[in-house]
Design a protein around this ligand. Sequence first.
Ligand SMILES: Nc1ncnc2c1ncn2[C@@H]1O[C@H](COP(=O)(O)OP(=O)(O)OP(=O)(O)O)[C@@H](O)[C@H]1O
Ligand SMILES: [Mg+2]
Length: 365
Amino acid sequence: MVLKNLKLSQFRSYPYLDISFSPNTNIICGKNAQGKTNIVEAIHYFSTLKSHRFVSDKELILTGKDSAQLQIEFQKEQSERRHKMKILLSKSARRELYLNEVKEDNASFLGGFHSVMFSPEDLNLIKGDKEQRRKFLDADVCQIRPRYYKILKYYNSILRNRNKLLKEENPNPELLQVYTEKLVEFGTEVIIYRALFVERLKETAKKIYGEIANGGEELNLRYESELFDHFVEDKSVIRSCFYHHLEKVQKEELLFRTTRVGPHRDDLEFYLDDKNVKIYASQGQQRTIILALKLSELLFIKELTGSYPVLLLDDILSELDRDRQESLFSYIRNCQTIITITDAQKFEVEGAKNFLVEQSVVTEL
Ligand SMILES: Nc1ncnc2c1ncn2[C@@H]1O[C@H](COP(=O)(O)OP(=O)(O)OP(=O)(O)O)[C@@H](O)[C@H]1O
Ligand SMILES: [Mg+2]
């Protein structure tokens, strides 16, 4: 996948932006708060339909304006054909998505353009809260399995309704039963999508971690759910575990007035050998794990789609030591990369296209 061009209008700090990229390495340099992250955020939005900073769409619109427009042009490696994607964000209307000028729904739009983002926030993934890890999983599963976007949305809306009902003085038992059935139906799908993604990612992550860390411990990823000890890809098994657990917490739910089990409480756990990384890993080990995870995503998308996603490295190089930087570059030789750095860093790549950002004005160097 090669991103040719990005055009923004009234997005974040940009009244207007038109930028064309090199198919190889692109380096965007600028002082703090000049608009570097805003550029890669806009690009990544096309892959996940969310900001990687997890803010609402309203915050993405230039202050004082009511709408924003984002547009990209890209090519898939195998063909010369240029594809165009456009997103309209509005404070007062629904978001609109266009693929080659045809209006699309979320599921048909997702999966059109693939990118992987690696930013300093990712380094908190291991020690941060569970919600952050679930969001990481959800964003990535969405771009790989577009149908998941809708399933997750249904699940979240059923969960909201069920919680609202549980908060009522005397929840109607028939209605509660209806919500419970839907919760289990969609929740089971959410679990299967996420856990299968983790299963796929984990073998590559293990291999890459071993290479970067030069042997030593073995990295393991696990999708953790209160519903089972080990994941088995069997809808009926997961469904009955779900019902069984809901029955067990029935009284508790009425007491605490909220849904006490389900994928909204699940987690992604990391182990080195069999030790939980959250408790014991050093900063360096955590960095290597996240690097391995991001590279696995990249390779997974390549395997699935036949082309590398665009790699967005937002302010991350200064966080990685020389060895880790070299490992990273050895994996991404064939991949288009867009790198942001602050101007204090000196960073040069032969043949790279260099840009300078000053107060949301981008110039090519
Ligand atoms: N909706 C918005 N409207 C106008 N300006 C915005 C909006 N959202 C963010 N900004 C501005 O964008 C700037 C931050 O841009 P960005 O996060 O891209 O900076 P950066 O160059 O990546 O900085 P750093 O090096 O600190 O990461 C800030 O000045 C912020 O006020
Ligand atoms: Mg930034």
